[in-house]
Design a protein around this ligand. Structure first.
Ligand code: DGT
Ligand code: MG
Length: 596
């Protein structure tokens, strides 16, 4: 696999988040304002308690004030309670807003990503591993949600609390305020150093998580192989290593903060000391009232806590940054193979003419071309058989017809129109494909056969099963067409799966039917039956059949013999027999085998 290029996104991470808040932006701004408001309200308790202390408890006229103006005392007390309750209500509503908006963003982006992934081309799927993709739409995306729900709120909370209290401090006594705040820039400097250290750790952490999930996913879906080779212990150890690796990286990341934490904590802890020392002197000199002193010390946490919180916030910010990069990579990914802007609609059936014009092809991640100068034509309704040793490029060739890949040179045409000129959906709807490795869904047999066209009824499903010689074994199953097959078709034999996949390809009544070694696992007799049925379908279609057995190729209108990505022989059975080349030898070999 080649190293992926560093992707440049059209938007910054925050712009991207904002874009995905569409429809909830006003609400989110209200939420942010709410955070500022309830942090301002934090001031009310110390403010009122400061006034109560000055007027009714410690001032020179305290006793007199209490007797003559007890109304004001209760008034201040009630205001204090009212603001406290109001603050509680705002905090509650605010949390709801953040949660609501974050869930909306999560839902929207996840759907968008799923949609994106669905529309990707084959190259994408060979670049990204399933476990990695799963991590991006779950764990990584959740870190993005956390940013909306918590990190941004904490940033606003810390800054507004710090800002409001700083202003209030200056308003009360600028000298006192300055002595307390003069040390805060050091905290920002420490946080800056911390950010540079922790950012790469988070990128590493996301990779480790993806790695661990990939192991788990591959192992679970490939459990049959694991069991067959009795490699459970090996697999457990492999996962354990990945898990440990992830845990260790997590620990390392947390340790980074521990290196910086003592400095920030010391600065934060210095505040009450400064308060005592400087405040005490000011109090003695009469530059500070006792009420102001109470207000100052009652709010000192509001300066110290945001400082402490900064490390946490920066840590979360870097987590978001690393995770969102992974999410955005999929979000902004574009399939290379997509509808041409001027692709005309072609909703009707194809006549079925297929033409390859000097087609060469190389996989993007491959080192050498796998197809060289392939040229041939199949007339509508004809059957073409493709043969050749394993790895010679048969599957690669047929993959160019539904445009799973684009030729590096030359052109593939259907009904004299280059395949790029069709809309992908029009093109692929007209092609019935039974792939080499059969993948069935965990659904009923009926559901699997009708996958490409869910409008067909059971009667038709049965007809297609008959074409593909599958009806016999299906009807023998206890629940017939309602039998649910397991994931990837578990519970069926290789030949049974192949026949259901053939029925599925036929059920869309394609104009072009492509079978990639679809009858390799069925016995000779059944294969003959299938070939016979394919000749008498109740709709016209051009057939491209990759097969190794002479019994199949003999009946074809044209046979392509391929070697190392080139067509070495082309013609019908008689022509190729007369040529006495590779095909002739193969016939000798297979008929010889039959006789034994
Ligand atoms: P088969 O199915 O074993 O009879 O073999 P073919 O003839 O279907 O071979 P094919 O077309 O799958 O592979 C031709 C060559 O291309 C072979 O050297 C393997 C390579 N190849 C196949 N798929 C990929 C792919 O996704 N990426 C890269 N880089 N190479 C691939
Ligand atoms: Mg193949």
């Amino acid at each position: 696999m080649k190293v992926k290029k560093e992707t440049l996104f059209p938007k910054t991470k925050i712009q991207w988040l904002w874009e995905n808040m569409k429809g909830r932006r006003v609400l989110y701004v209200i939420g942010m304002l709410g955070t500022v408001v309830y942090n301002i309200l934090q001031l009310t308790v110390p403010y009122y308690s400061g006034r109560i202390v000055d007027l009714f408890l410690s001032g020179a006229d305290a006793w007199k004030n209490m007797r003559t103006n007890s109304g004001l005392f209760y008034h201040l007390l009630i205001l204090m309670i009212v603001f406290t309750v109001l603050r509680g209500v705002i905090v509650y509503g605010d949390c709801m807003i953040y949660e609501h908006v974050s869930q909306t963003v999560l839902y929207r982006v996840r759907n968008f990503l799923y949609d994106k992934i669905q529309r990707q081309d084959m190259t994408f799927y060979s670049t990204y591993r399933t476990g990695d993709l799963m991590t991006r739409v779950t764990g990584d995306l959740d870190a993005v949600r956390h940013m909306v729900a918590w990190v941004i709120r904490m940033v606003i909370e810390s800054f507004s609390l710090f800002g409001v209290v700083a202003i209030y401090f200056f308003y009360m006594n600028w000298k006192m305020a300055l002595s307390l705040l003069i040390i805060s820039p050091f905290v920002f400097f420490i946080i800056y150093l911390f950010k540079n250290k922790v950012a790469p750790m988070h990128a590493k952490l996301r990779e480790k998580l993806a790695q661990m999930n990939t192991y788990a996913q591959e192992n679970i879906s490939g459990n049959r192989v694991v069991k067959a080779f009795a490699r459970e212990a090996y697999e457990i150890e492999k996962f354990d290593r990945a898990n440990k690796d992830y845990a260790e990286t997590n620990k390392e990341t947390s340790m980074v903060w521990l290196k910086f934490f003592p400095y920030v904590e010391s600065i934060a802890n210095l505040m009450p000391v400064v308060m005592l020392a400087v405040g005490g002197v000011f109090l003695i000199r009469g530059e500070l009232t006792m009420g102001d002193y109470v207000a100052f010390s009652g709010l000192i946490w509001a300066i110290a806590n945001p400082m402490r919180q900064m490390g946490n916030i920066m840590n979360e910010f870097q987590r978001f940054s690393a995770a969102s990069k992974k999410v955005m990579e999929i979000y902004y990914s574009e399939p290379q193979i997509k509808d041409a802007l001027d692709a005309a609609a072609h909703p009707n059936r194809f006549d079925g003419k297929i033409e390859f014009r000097e087609v060469s092809f190389q996989y993007e991640d491959g080192d050498l071309p796998v197809l060289h100068d392939i040229s041939f034509t199949v007339k509508p309704g004809e059957t073409i058989a493709i043969m050749g040793e394993t790895g010679c490029g048969k599957t690669s060739l047929i993959n160019l017809i539904p445009r799973f890949y684009e030729p590096t040179k030359g052109e593939v045409r259907i009904d004299d129109i280059p395949v790029q000129n069709f809309r992908l959906s029009d093109l692929r709807k007209q092609i019935g494909l039974a792939t080499q490795d059969v993948l069935l869904y965990s659904d009923t047999i009926e559901g699997n056969i009708a996958y490409g066209d869910s409008s067909i009824d059971l009667e038709e499903v049965e007809k297609f099963a008959k074409y593909s010689a599958a009806s016999d074994f299906i009807s023998k199953m206890p629940e017939g067409y309602d039998t649910v097959v397991g994931e990837r078709g578990a519970g069926l034999s290789g030949g049974q799966k192949q026949r259901i996949s053939l029925a599925r390809a036929l059920a869309v009544r394609p104009s072009i039917l492509i079978l990639d070694d679809t009858t390799s696992a069925v016995d000779m007799e059944t294969e003959k039956q299938i070939q016979e049925a394919l000749r008498h379908l109740d709709f016209s279609c051009t057939k491209v059949i990759i097969a190794q057995r002479i019994s199949t190729t003999m009946m074809a209108d044209k046979i392509l013999v391929m070697q190392h990505g080139r067509i070495t022989e082309m013609g019908n059975h008689e022509e190729l027999m007369a040529k006495k080349g590779y095909y002739y030898e193969l016939v000798q070999l297979q008929t010889g085998e039959d006789l034994v």
